[in-house]
Structures are given as structure tokens and as C-alpha cells.
Design a protein around this ligand. Structure first.
Ligand code: FAD
Length: 571
């Protein structure tokens, strides 16, 4: 209400209102700001505003919208969800530790009220026409509101931030019989289903074998989401449901299926080992080397790598969490852009879709094209190898590395972390031996590490949020850069880019393991495991909430769970 009052009454913007909870009151004083406050209706310059269309209201899109400050744009957001969902807490919604409403915030509350004028359309985009600069959308089916509306929107800039869908790898029966954990509705459905399984198993007419089947919960995928869900389900069953359903509590079984050799294989080995041991102690059955080949209504079939045999497991509920795939309309768009041989939409390091100057893609739906990065590196080599002698002067070799680091901050990061040991050692040894030249092929093969280290950024909220913020910063400065093309923001040596490339900062990753224990892999490969890490998890996730409202609700939910336990009603 306060921000609306600011918008409606420009005079108010000269007054800064500071609300202090501790003081219990509202203190107002004049800021006497010398800067005029830009209003959505009155652009700071005379030129018409550029239209920015944003597809999605997830991590990447929300971060973009929150950080977009320049009022020289008109923004239209299209998404089938009119809210932002804090996905890292979805597993906590599946067992009622946190309420679904506590992790969502309406997008209309989030958009930067002081930034550009922003319209929201609850619809899904089904086609992008890059040539006509148009997106085609249809309203999502809402039963009580009647038919579907279709419309198109023109854009000057398009930001694709539509995330990804769950990947079934075309395994038969998965779509029909498994639960996914991607959306808030999925988490609510899973919670209801878990409780339904306990209620059904408690019916007197159900045989013991059938009870065992119904209470067999299978989680497919040993990544962070699958592991966290299995741990949350175990806590729910042991801490809350066992007391309420004493007759069936001993029949509960949780199985975690993983096709690889270990669960959490993207984490440090110490974390993987700790998680596997903890799950063994908790009686969560971890089956590695087990590839799901088919899911029928009551059985899940797996092919065991060790024996080559196909095994069938009766189940009551399956949660499928094996990674992500590209949305069908993005696949269509990729064909249009000539990206037929790729699995994910490719962008350059400025997050522009390859082949377009006005379309950007951020978050899980896109990936930075590392092949292009390597092609650019090859050009730098050719320049350095002027004599074509196959030898590279040490000084030139160092310059090549510096040049690459400047163009590709990720490489710089890896070098600093000494992850690309070959290059560092090669240069150090050559210098130590008093050599003046390096064999270019040896140097190139050492640089091959760049390729392997720079594969793809992980599909995480952290990457998506940083990309959204980076893009908003670029858009905020776009006008300034266009006016001063030779300014400091211009990228060294290349006339093509006005901004520094996107630089990802990794702040670490958590793996909650249940029983008030968590593991964390922090920057610098620092590993922390145990109860104190769980408290770190609580504080990080509370601080990362998008609003004070959700922060308050989430913390209150955690408190309620400590005092009263989890709610086990089936609604
Ligand atoms: P999303 O956040 O998925 O947003 C996509 C948006 O696009 C949504 O608003 C959607 O409604 C909209 N959309 C979809 N189709 C269309 C269309 N056709 N037209 C218009 N809009 C459309 N990451 C972490 O870093 N840490 C964690 O702890 C973590 N835990 C996770 C736990 C779970 C259960 C899940 C599912 C994910 C977790 N992740 C975590 C990953 C993280 O959620 C994703 O990487 C992140 O959501 C990606 O952000 P995004 O903006 O690309 O996509």
C-alpha cells in the first residue's frame, strides 16, 4: 500500500518512511533527495519505451523483474503461474513441514514497483516467432472461467525463462504412474498421496502383502532432490505417522533407486559416503546401478547393472526425480533458430540466444554454448601462433591464458582454484626449466581441461537467479551504453559486446539428509556435515526468501513443526 501511495502521489517520494519493528512505530522524515524519482508513466527521455516480454515467473524471471530498475522499458510477463515458488522448500511441502502457501509470493507483489511499468498475463507461450518478433500465448485452462483465450504479443526484447520439465527419458509408464516434484501442486499431491497410502493400508479388509505394497515408497533418482525427498519422507513416517498408524508402521519401506554408482554423485565424496551410511542406518534402501525400464500400475521394473537381470518391485507410490528436459515449445523454437542438433537452447556468454540479437534465455531452459567458447579460444591460439611454427613463446602462452581469462571468467575461476592443474604446472615447469617456447599442441591439450571444466552450469536456482540479475543489470545500463559505445562498459578488444560476459559465483550447495542433519559443499570445496549444517541451512533458506511475508511464514512453519509436529490430515 505504501508503494502504491508513492506511485499515485509523486510528492510522497520525497519522504522516506522507515518502519522499525523494534521501535514499534513508524518514523518519517524528509530525505530531500536531489534526484528526480522516475515514474512508470513518465520516461526519463523522450524516446518511446522498448517492450520487454518475459516468459516465466520462476527464479530467473523473478530475479530479472526485481532488479530491473530502468523505466525506459515496458514489461509484459507471461506465465501460467501468477506466483513465484521457492522450489528448494518443495520437499518440505511434501510432508507438511512447510505449508505450500508459505513458499509462494504473488508475482504482482514482487515486480519492482519503482522500475518499469509491468503487466502480467496468466497464460502460457506456445510459439515464438523470432522473425516477426512476436510470441503467441494461450490462457491456461481454468475450469470455472470457461474457454481458452489466445493472443499474441510483440516485443523488442524477449527473455525466455520458462525453466524445464521433468525428464522421463521416455521410460514406459512413468508419465501415467509416477509423481513428479517440480511444482507446488506436485508437492501437495504427493503429501495427500502419502497419507492416503497410510489410510488405505490401515483398512481391515486389506491383506498384509497388499499393505506392504501400498506402504512401499520408491524414489527414482539419487540427486539432491530425490535424496532430500527420501529423507523428508522418512522423517514424516518415523516422527509423525508411526505414532498415528501404529498397526502398519513396521510395514513402511522407502527405496531409493539410482542408475549410477552412488547417490549425490555431484557432491564431494565425503558427503556421498555420509549420506549413504546415514540412509543405511535409517533403513532407507539405496539401490545403486539400478535403471528403471518400466513402471506399471503396481510394479516398477529395474535393470540391475551388476547382474544384467530385470527385477520387479511392487510399490504403493513412486516419485520420479531424474533430472530435467527441454519444454516442447522451446524445442520448436530451437529448430527455428537452427539449433537442431542441441538438447538445450544455446546462448552466448551474454545470455543471448545464438542467432538472435533481441532474444535472451536464462535459467534451466538454456545453457551457455561452450563449443563456441572453445572456437573463440582456437581463434586466440591462431593469433598467438603467428609464425605457424607449432611453437608458442612462453610470454605469448601466458597472454593466451590471460586473454582467455578475461573473456571467460569461469576459466579464471578454475585457474584460481587450481582446478586446471595441467596448465598451471605446464607454465610453471617450462619457466623453471628456462624454456622459451612451448609446443602448441601440448599447450592446447592442457587447455582441453578448460573444455571439460566448463561443461554446463548446473541447473540450479542459484544460477538462474544470478543470470536474471545479470541480465537486469545489462538492461539497466543498455541506454547508457548505447549513448557511450566507447565507454568503460565496452568489452575489451571486441566491438560486438557492450557488457562483461555473465560470471557465475558459486556460493555452495546443500543436501538435507533428514533427522536434523544436512551436508553442505561450500566454496573452496569446504565440506560441512551434521546438525550445525542443518542450522546453517535454516538460516540460508530463511534469508533467501523473496519477501518478508514468506520469510515470516516459513520460519513460523518450522517453529510450529518443532512444537506440534507435522499435520497429517489428508487435505
Ligand atoms: P523455474 O523456476 O522452473 O520457472 C519457470 C517458469 O516458467 C515458471 O514460472 C513456469 O510457470 C513458467 N513457464 C513454464 N512454461 C511456460 C510457458 N510455456 N510460457 C510461459 N511461462 C512458462 N536449486 C538450488 O539452487 N537449490 C536447491 O536447493 C534446489 N532445490 C530444488 C528442489 C526441487 C524440488 C526442485 C524441483 C528444484 C530445485 N532446485 C534447486 C532447482 C531450481 O528450482 C531450478 O534450477 C530453478 O527453478 C530454475 O529456475 P528457472 O527460472 O529457470 O525455472
Amino acid at each position: 500500500r505504501i508503494s502504491r501511495a508513492f506511485r499515485d502521489n509523486p510528492q510522497l517520494s520525497r519522504v522516506l518512511i522507515v518502519s522499525t519493528i523494534s521501535g514499534g512505530g513508524l518514523v518519517a522524515f524528509s530525505s530531500a533527495s536531489p534526484f528526480p524519482v522516475a515514474h512508470a508513466d513518465s520516461p526519463a527521455h523522450g524516446s518511446p519505451k522498448k517492450k520487454v516480454v518475459v516468459l516465466g515467473t520462476g527464479w530467473a524471471a523473478t530475479s530479472f523483474l526485481k532488479n530491473l530498475k530502468s523505466s525506459s522499458y515496458e514489461v509484459e510477463v507471461v506465465s501460467p503461474r501468477n506466483y513465484f515458488a521457492f522450489t528448494p522448500l518443495l520437499p518440505s511441502v511434501t510432508n507438511g513441514t512447510v505449508d505450500a502457501r508459505s513458499i509462494v509470493e504473488p508475482i504482482r507483489n514482487i515486480v519492482n514497483k519503482r522500475g518499469p511499468r509491468c503487466e502480467f498475463r496468466e497464460a502460457e507461450c506456445y510459439k515464438i516467432d523470432a522473425a516477426k518478433k512476436k510470441v503467441y500465448c494461450k490462457s491456461t485452462q481454468v475450469s470455472n472461467l470457461g474457454g481458452k483465450e489466445e493472443f499474441s504479443i510483440d516485443y523488442d526484447y524477449l527473455i525466455i525463462a520458462v525453466g524445464a520439465r521433468s525428464n522421463t527419458f521416455n521410460t514406459p509408464g512413468v508419465e501415467e504412474n509416477c509423481h513428479f516434484l517440480k511444482e507446488v501442486e506436485d508437492a501437495q499431491r504427493i503429501r495427500r498421496n502419502v497419507i492416503d497410502c497410510f489410510e488405505r493400508a490401515s483398512l481391515p479388509s486389506v491383506s498384509d502383502d497388499e499393505k506392504r505394497r501400498i506402504l512401499h515408497f520408491v524414489v527414482v533418482g539419487g540427486g539432491p532432490t530425490g535424496v532430500e525427498f527420501a529423507a523428508e519422507l522418512h522423517d514424516f513416517a518415523i516422527e509423525d505417522l508411526a505414532e498415528l498408524y501404529p498397526s502398519v508402521k513396521d510395514l513402511v519401506k522407502i527405496t531409493l533407486l539410482e542408475a549410477g554408482d552412488h547417490i549425490l554423485n555431484m557432491f564431494d565424496k565425503r558427503i556421498t559416503a555420509f549420506a549413504e551410511e546415514k540412509f543405511q542406518r535409517d533403513n532407507i534402501h539405496v539401490k545403486t546401478g539400478s535403471m528403471v525400464v518400466k513402471v506399471s500400475e503396481k510394479d516398477i521394473s529395474t535393470k540391475e547393472r551388476s547382474t544384467g537381470q530385470t527385477v520387479s518391485l511392487p510399490y504403493g507410490m513412486v516419485v520420479w526425480s531424474t533430472g530435467i528436459g527441454t519444454r516442447p515449445f522451446v524445442m520448436e523454437f530451437m529448430k527455428q533458430m537452427g539449433q537442431t542438433n542441441r538438447r538445450v537452447l544455446a546462448t552466448d556468454e551474454w545470455l543471448r540466444v545464438e542467432g538472435s540479437d533481441s532474444i535472451y534465455a536464462v535459467g534451466d531452459c538454456a545453457t551457455i554454448n561452450q563449443r563456441k567458447v572453445m572456437e573463440d579460444i582456437a581463434v586466440i591460439f591462431d593469433k598467438a601462433d603467428k609464425s605457424k611454427s607449432g611453437k608458442l613463446n612462453i610470454t605469448d602462452a601466458k597472454e593466451v591464458v590471460t586473454d582467455i581469462c578475461e573473456r571467460y571468467p569461469q576459466v579464471e575461476l578454475y585457474l584460481k582454484k587450481k582446478k586446471m592443474k595441467n596448465i598451471v604446472d605446464l607454465l610453471k615447469n617450462a619457466q623453471g626449466d628456462g624454456r622459451k617456447h612451448l609446443d602448441i599442441e601440448v599447450f592446447k591439450s592442457a587447455l582441453g581441461e578448460v573444455d571439460s571444466q566448463m561443461k554446463n552450469l548446473p541447473a540450479t536456482a542459484q544460477v538462474a537467479a544470478q543470470q536474471g540479475q545479470y541480465l537486469a543489470d545489462c538492461f539497466n545500463r543498455m541506454e547508457e551504453c548505447e549513448k557511450n559505445p566507447e565507454g568503460p562498459l565496452r568489452f575489451r578488444g571486441s566491438g560486438r559486446h557492450r557488457f562483461h560476459p555473465f560470471r557465475y559465483k558459486h556460493f555452495g550447495q546443500f543436501a538435507p539428509l533428514g533427522g536434523e542433519q544436512a551436508a553442505a559443499q561450500l566454496p573452496g570445496d569446504w565440506v560441512s556435515i551434521g546438525r550445525s549444517t542443518q542450522w546453517l541451512w535454516y538460516s540460508v533458506y530463511a534469508s533467501k526468501q523473496v519477501s518478508w511475508r514468506t520469510r515470516f511464514l516459513v520460519v513460523t512453519d518450522w517453529g510450529k513443526r518443532f512444537i506440534f509436529g507435522r499435520d497429517s490430515s489428508g487435505i
